[in-house]
Each structure stands twice: as structure tokens, then as C-alpha cells.
Design a protein around this ligand. Structure first.
Ligand code: FAD
Length: 375
């Protein structure tokens, strides 16, 4: 069914790369475009739950490769900001067989590189910023800032929170600054171990938190990422910060947290933005996935996970239902994804996930390959 169907994917972030790898394996003729000049080991830490690892097993055993190099925390620990008292201790890899796959924490750049390695390199076009496209009902013509043009049968918008694809089909609307920002830094794992760090913990006060975990199997790097109220007036998606600014924001937090912050060198900060859930994720021959259609505050560590789940369900719908009746295929994709993605978006934005003891099985135990697609 996929034979000869040309799919253009705008955006080689984690969602776009997952879609490219899965669609290629399903027989689609995929080209992956990104505005960036090339791959860079960007970002810092990321957590991927068993719900995602089950999908990555469909990329030639990528789950196993990731497991070899990632940190595999047994528990998620929620602690009181000042006393360190444990508020919740939720099994992660301690209940791996129940969830059906491991829970990993890893450097985002290392994850991205391994995912990109699952895409045919000659089908990746760096330096291609999509500026416009025309869907004429039979195919879609893509126009890039560098003057290049391509014609594809289907366009997948995986171009993130400021999606040009979304803007073109649903109109321009600025993403909303939530009033929260995130400080991010990496410290040596040896320092964290010396201080007695948990493998994976979130320290909560009433109005802010800091999440801390190792980024690799050898525990060489330890990652700090926060959520805290703050001003953001810059148009930039990231700004340099300082240890002093970071420390001031976490004044009064437990001495262990102070020890982590004292060990920071390079500190950055990000604005946390979101959008209202979209009622529809497609129009004609164009379909959205990931942050382009359901961005969220990152407090459930499931934003990229939802992008990868979208990619897997979209691939299944296009493979099983075909591309003759695209409206029906894309409707089935949206129907299969909207409720779960919106639930995750809502809980993530509310920042309540795992603060108190709760069973995360509905999220981590899910397997998108068990979903019934079509009638
Ligand atoms: P993106 O990752 O934003 O990728 C979009 C891509 O599109 C980029 O490569 C960009 O260069 C490209 N692009 C944009 N416009 C164009 C254009 N016009 N033409 C061509 N290319 C274009 N999620 C998790 O699952 N686990 C976590 O632990 C986690 N932690 C997070 C921590 C923080 C502080 C933040 C801010 C987010 C976190 N997330 C986490 C969420 C996650 O980062 C996002 O949900 C995820 O990156 C979305 O993936 P995406 O592929 O949809 O978009």
C-alpha cells in the first residue's frame, strides 16, 4: 500500500525522526527536512518511559542500544524541597516487567543521534527551512527558504511548537508563555554521587521544583532541570543564565540541592510555553504530530514521548488504512491519539504527576501497537 507514496516530513526533532524511521520501514518514500544546518548534540537530559521504548524496538532494536548506554532508575522519588522527606517513591525499572520495557534517562543529543541513525542518511535534508507549501488536492509542493522546491504526496508537520505547518493550515497564533521557565545544567556525576544523590528525584516546593538524574549508564553526567515562576521577555528560545541566578531561585532548598547547584558551571534557561489543545490535527494532505499540535509544559517528561507515539500511530494508520482515503486515515489517527495526548498535556501543564503516590501504569504500560486501528 505504501509503494511509491512520497512523504515529506518537516522537522527532524525526536518526533520527525521517529516518523521517518517508522514510515521508511513501512515502505513509504520519506524525505526528512530540517532548518538546522546539521545535527548537533543539543539539549541536555531527557527521560523516556516504557511506552516509548516499546515503539523504539520497532527501529531495528533501538530500545536495546539505548538500554546499553542509558541510566536505568529503579524508582522515581518525590521529595519535600526543604526537609528531603520522601513524598512518593514510584517504581520505574523496579516494575519493568509490568510496564513491558525499561525506563531510561539519557543525554538528549545521544538519543537523537541514535534515532537519526535509524533513518536512511541520503533521505535527510539539513538546511531546509520550510517557508510555504501548496496542497492542490493531488500532491503538496514544498518551498524552502534556500530556494529548493519538492513535491510530495503527504506532508507531515513535525516542526515543533512554532510550527510553520500548523500556522499555514490553522492560522497564526503565538504560543503562550506559561509564566514558568526552566534552568538547566549538567554537573559531574562523581560530584553528585559524592553528595549522595538519588538516581532520579524531583524536589517540590509549593511554587517550583528541581528534577535531577544521571544521563548515562556510567553515571558520568548528572542533570538538573527546574520549573519555576519567572519573567520572560526575550524572543529567544533559550538564554544563558548563571549559577548565582539559579541559586537565588532555589534559596532555602535542601543542602543536597544547594550542593548540586554549587557544582554547576554552564547554566541555561528556557521559557516554558504551551498552546490550547487543537480539535483537529490535519487538513487535506497535511498532518501534524508532536509539539506542532499538542505542546505542553514538560513536567510529566512525556512531550517527546507523545510525539513518538503519534509517529507510531500515524505510521500504523497509513499502513493499515492506506492513503487513498486520506481524510479517513488521518481521522483514524487523530481519533486514536487525541484523548491520550490531551490527557498528558493537561496533567503535564498542571504539574501534579507523581508528586503523591499513584500508579503510572496507564501512561507507562501503554503499547500503541495494541491499539485497534480501523473498523
Ligand atoms: P521538536 O523537538 O521541537 O523538533 C522540531 C524540529 O523542527 C526541530 O528540529 C526544528 O529545527 C525543526 N523545524 C522547525 N521549524 C521548521 C521549519 N519551518 N522547517 C524545517 N524544520 C523546522 N519530553 C519527554 O518525552 N521527556 C522529557 O524528559 C522531556 N523533558 C523536557 C525538558 C524541558 C526543559 C523541555 C522544554 C521539554 C522537555 N520534553 C520532554 C518535551 C520535548 O522536548 C518536546 O515535547 C519534544 O522535543 C517535541 O518533539 P517534536 O519532534 O514534536 O518537536
Amino acid at each position: 500500500m505504501a509503494n511509491g507514496v512520497r512523504v515529506g516530513i518537516a522537522g527532524a526533532g525526536l518526533g520527525g525522526v521517529a516518523a521517518a524511521g517508522l514510515l521508511q520501514r513501512a515502505g513509504f518514500d520519506v524525505i526528512l527536512f530540517d532548518q538546522a544546518p546539521g545535527f548537533a548534540r543539543l539539549g541536555a537530559g531527557i527521560q523516556f518511559g516504557p511506552n516509548v521504548l516499546k515503539i523504539l524496538s520497532h527501529l531495528d532494536g533501538l530500545d536495546k542500544k539505548l538500554e546499553e548506554i542509558s541510566c536505568l532508575p529503579d524508582y522515581w522519588v518525590s521529595r519535600q524541597w526543604d526537609t528531603g522527606e520522601i513524598m512518593a517513591k514510584i517504581p520505574l525499572n523496579a516494575e519493568r516487567s509490568r510496564y513491558g520495557a525499561p525506563y531510561i534517562t539519557i543525554h538528549r543529543g545521544d538519543l537523537h543521534q541514535l534515532m537519526l541513525d535509524c533513518v536512511q542518511p541520503e533521505r535527510v535534508r539539513w538546511g531546509h527551512k520550510l517557508v510555504d507549501f501548496q496542497d492542490n488536492g493531488h500532491d503538496v509542493t514544498l518551498n524552502f527558504e534556500n530556494g529548493a522546491r519538492e513535491t510530495v504526496d503527504i506532508l507531515v508537520g513535525a516542526d515543533g511548537i512554532n510550527s510553520r505547518v500548523r500556522e499555514k493550515i490553522f492560522g497564526r497564533e503565538e504560543a503562550v508563555y506559561t509564566g514558568w521557565l526552566a534552568h538547566r545544567a549538567i554537573i559531574p556525576g562523581s560530584v553528585a554521587r559524592g553528595l549522595g544523590a538519588d538516581v532520579n528525584a524531583k524536589w517540590w516546593s509549593d511554587d517550583r521544583h528541581i528534577v535531577c538524574y544521571y544521563l548515562d549508564r556510567n553515571e558520568d553526567e548528572f542533570y538538573l532541570v527546574t520549573g519555576e515562576p519567572g519573567e520572560w521577555t526575550s524572543a529567544s528560545g533559550q538564554l544563558p543564565s548563571t549559577r548565582a541566578e539559579f541559586k537565588a531561585a532555589f534559596k532555602g532548598f535542601h543542602p543536597l540541592v544547594q550542593g548540586y547547584i554549587d557544582a554547576t558551571d554552564v547554566v541555561n534557561k528556557w521559557p516554558l510555553k504551551t498552546r490550547q489543545p487543537l480539535p483537529q490535527w490535519y487538513e487535506g494532505r497535511v498532518v501534524l504530530l508532536g509539539d506542532s499540535c499538542h505542546p505542553m509544559k514538560p513536567h510529566m517528561a512525556q512531550g517527546a514521548a507523545m510525539a513518538v507515539e503519534d509517529a507510531a500511530v500515524l505510521t500504523r494508520c497509513m499502513s493499515l488504512l492506506g492513503t487513498q482515503d486520506l481524510d479517513g486515515t488521518f481521522r483514524a489517527y487523530c481519533d486514536a491519539r487525541r484523548e491520550r495526548a490531551t490527557k498528558v498535556q493537561t496533567i503535564s501543564n498542571a504539574n501534579t504527576w507523581l508528586r503523591q503516590p499513584e500508579d503510572p501504569y496507564w501512561c507507562y504500560g501503554d503499547n500503541v501497537y495494541d491499539l485497534k486501528i480501523g473498523a
